[in-house]
Each structure stands twice: as C-alpha cells, then as structure tokens.
Design a binder for this molecule. Structure first.
Ligand code: DDK
Ligand code: ZN
Length: 455
C-alpha cells in the first residue's frame, strides 16, 4: 500500500518538474525510483491543498509520534477527537493544511508510518461547499441540498415563521457567548390538548455542517409532508417539535470565516491563548470525568463548571422548564454513522436500556433496508467512546427517557467535508431514524394510556 501511495504522491510532484517528451519516460521513471527519498526531501513537493490522511499506527512508538504530530504541528484531528485516544491498530483521521503537509509527510516517512490520503484536495472541497451558498446561479441544487451561512439560516428561520404563521413559532431560548441569538422553531401542526413534544438540536459542534442542514431539512419536510406522509402526519398529530438549528452559532460562523475545522464554542479562556468549550462536555452528567478534559486548549474541554457556557445553559434551562411535555431528546452530529443512546458518561446501563436499544436497532435496520447504508448503534460509552457531560445523557437524567445522539454520514470518506450532493441522502437516513423512534415512543405511550384506561 505504501509504495502505491508514494507513487501517487510522486505523480503530483512531477508536475513541477516539467519533463515532457515520451522518450524520456523510461529514464525518468528509473530516476524517480533511485532518487525517491531525495525528491521528497528537496522540498519541491509542497502540497498546494490541505489533505486528510488516514493513518493506522501499528506500534506504541508510532502512537506516540502521531500524538506528537497532532499536538505540535499545525494539524486538526478528525478522529479520534483528542490525541489522548490515539491507540494502536485504530484509524486516525488527520487534517493537514497545505503549509504543514511537507513537514508532516516527511516526519511520517522518516518513521516509516504508512498512511492513505483520504482527501488530497480538501481546500477545493471546502471552497466548493462555500461557493455553493447564496444565490450562485452555477448551483443548480435546491436550498435544502446546500450548506448555508449563519446569516442565511437566521433569514430562513424568520421566513419559515412568516410563511407558516399558524403552525411555526420562533422561540428565543438564549444567546451565545458573542451575543448571537439562539432561535428554536416550535412546530405545532394542530391544536390537540396536552400534546407531548420532541426536541431536536443541531450544530452543537461547529464543523459538523450536515447537522444544521438536517435541522433545516427536517422542518421543511415536516411542514411539507404533514397530511402527505403517513408517519409524519401521525407524529405531528401527537407531538409538537422544537428544532434548534444552530446551537453553537459563534463556532458555526467561525467555520465559514476563519477555520472550517473548528469544533467548540468561542469562549476565550482568560490567562490562556485557548478558545472554546466543547458544549457536548459542558452538561451536568458526570461532568469532566474520563473522556473530557479540563485543559482549555483541548478539543474536549469541559469548561469551568457544568453549564458554564451560555449555549448549554440555554438549552438546559429550556429542557428543564419543558421536561413534563418533552418526551424525546435528539442531538444531531457527524460523522461516523451511529445511533447512540445513554449512557456515554459511564459504562453503566440506562434503566430503560432495552427499550432504547430496541429503538436504535430498528432505526438502523430501517436505514439499511431503505437506503442500503450501515449505521452502528448502542450506548455511547460502548459504541463510540466515553464522553461525559453530553446533552443526551443529561436530558435522560433529567427524566427525558427517550434521549439520543445521531452521528450522520459519512464513515470517513469525506468526514466533516461531506459534499452538498450527499446532504439529501444523509438527511433522508436521519429522518428515517427520527420517524422510527418517534413512532415507537408513541406506540409505548398509547399502550400505557390504554392499559391504564382498561384498569
Ligand atoms: O461529542 C462527541 O464527541 C460525539 C459527537 Se461528535 C458524541 C459522543 C456520544 C454522545 C455524548 N453525549
Ligand atoms: Zn459532534
């Protein structure tokens, strides 16, 4: 594999040498083989685009080198989320920007660490995803098959509420550290009394662009397919839905303007050069234990105390004050195609483990049946990793018993840079999971009401 990849790299380098005539070919190829290492070290092969590498360390020594690279060089870990969790025989996905690719590639070669280039043109993909926004006439795709700036999402929220004055309400649930509003939409498709509710939040993590895209799609689908699609009609007849499209607006904005790979919010920690708290480590569920970090520069920094951040506090306050009606909590993330249930903050099983497990299992089976795509499922701690302080675990402990985190497409091909052409497919899969779970929950509550009635 490594030989193949090295040849691939060489192909890119060759452009800059401008050797032309066929007659030279044989000599040239020979030259390359003999001087391969030299070519690499001359520094002539600098990448012009950021890359994403897939690296599987096969010794403890390689693990240490990778940790070192990801901490001390200008790179961004995609997987695992923090260098502490790099381990032998487990794939590491590493984003390497153009200006450090020479150094990083050399270093990996020097230590005989083989890697695969997952994406060689990351910058181009990033540029395409941004160009795809606004009113670019070159983009034929519809609104819901594109990514949108924060401003466009705010506009869309207002427009949606205006277009559906009887069924959609905008709720200001709080504001971000940089004072941006946190708007949720409340979908209330009919006036039945004592309706239950479902909460969906998107965009806790800034770089997971497919997540806000899903929230927009979901609202659109709900409004369009109520009274058209049977499952959707049943669900919306029985419950209201609160949708928070961007829980971390400061971070999301930052991914459009400064750093596409940003994850956390934008809270500047005084006395350090570090910015950002991981909002999905900031809730009061075994807060800041193993799987989170109290080091402010970490990607999984838990913050100064539980709910220290205005964004997590706003959501926690809203859930606390609506916990009697909210039955289902869903948090949308990417990537890795997983349907996760509590707990992620401990290895212990949730008290309703089996019913939750049945739900994610059936949801994954439906996705597989309808879209031929594989989602793994189970409790977070056992399926992905220990992740204390998460919103789903906290909601579950609050008493919202049907609480889940979805990790949408893909499984690493594009990672956070999922192309716009994949938005539709990713959203349909997630929608299938939402429908499956909501219908199951309704079945259960109807069964329990009717049994109560029969007693
Ligand atoms: O927060 C994380 O690291 C991932 C999503 Se990117 C989810 C971890 C499991 C759910 C924790 N509440
Ligand atoms: Zn996430």
């Amino acid at each position: 594999m490594s030989a193949y990849l090295r040849m691939g790299e060489l192909g890119q380098c060759l452009d800059i040498f401008q050797f032309g005539p066929d007659i030279m070919a044989t000599v040239w190829v020979l030259f390359i083989f003999l001087n391969f290492d030299l070519l690499l070290k001359t520094g002539q092969c600098a990448e012009t685009s950021g890359q994403v590498l897939s690296i599987t360390p096969n010794s403890q020594e390689q693990v240490e080198i990778l940790k070192n690279v990801s901490i001390h060089y200008q790179t961004v870990l995609w997987q695992p989320v923090s260098s502490d969790y790099i381990k032998e025989q487990t794939q590491v996905h590493l984003y390497v920007p153009a200006n450090s690719s020479q150094t990083v590639n050399d270093l990996l070669h020097r230590h005989s660490i083989t890697y695969e280039v997952m994406l060689s043109n990351a910058d181009e993909i990033i540029e395409m995803q941004m160009r795809n926004d606004s009113t670019d006439p070159r983009s034929g795709a519809t609104f819901y098959q594109r990514y949108h700036t924060l401003e466009d999402i705010y506009d869309w929220i207002n427009r949606t509420a205006k277009d559906y004055p009887n069924t959609v309400k905008v709720i200001l649930v709080g504001s971000s550290h940089e004072k941006r509003p946190l708007y949720a939409l409340k979908l209330s498709l009919n006036n039945r009394p004592n309706k239950k509710a479902m909460w969906i939040d998107c965009g806790i993590h800034a770089r997971e662009w497919i997540s806000p895209a899903f929230c927009l799609f979901f609202v659109h689908y709900s409004l369009l397919f109520y009274n058209q699609n049977q499952a959707m009609t049943q669900i919306l007849d029985n419950m209201d839905v609160y949708v928070l499209p961007v829980m971390n607006p400061d971070g999301y904005k930052y991914t459009w303007t400064n750093d596409r790979m940003w994850r956390k919010n934008r809270f500047p920690k005084k006395g350090t050069p570090c910015i950002g708290v991981d909002l999905n480590r900031n809730f009061d569920a075994n807060w800041c234990t193993r799987g989170a970090s109290d080091y402010p520069c970490s990607e999984i920094y838990c913050g100064a105390f539980p709910e220290s951040e205005p964004e997590s506090q706003a959501v926690a306050n809203f859930l606390r004050s609506h916990k009697d009606s909210i039955q289902i909590y869903l948090s949308i993330h990417s990537y890795s195609q997983m349907l996760l249930m509590p707990y992620s903050c401990t290895m212990d099983e949730a008290e309703n483990h089996s019913e939750l497990y049945e739900m994610v299992k059936q949801a994954a089976e439906n996705i597989r049946r309808y879209y031929r795509n594989i989602y793994t499922y189970g409790p977070g701690a056992k399926t992905i990793y220990l992740a204390p302080g998460g919103s789903d675990d906290w909601a579950h402990m609050l008493g919202i018993k049907y609480s889940f985190t979805f990790e949408l497409q893909d499984r690493g091909r594009y990672g956070f840079l999922l192309p716009p052409s994949h938005i539709q497919g990713a959203c349909n899969e997630a929608l299938t999971a939402v429908k499956t779970i909501a219908l199951k929950v309704m079945e259960k509550s109807q069964a329990s009401t009717s049994s109560r009635q029969t007693v």
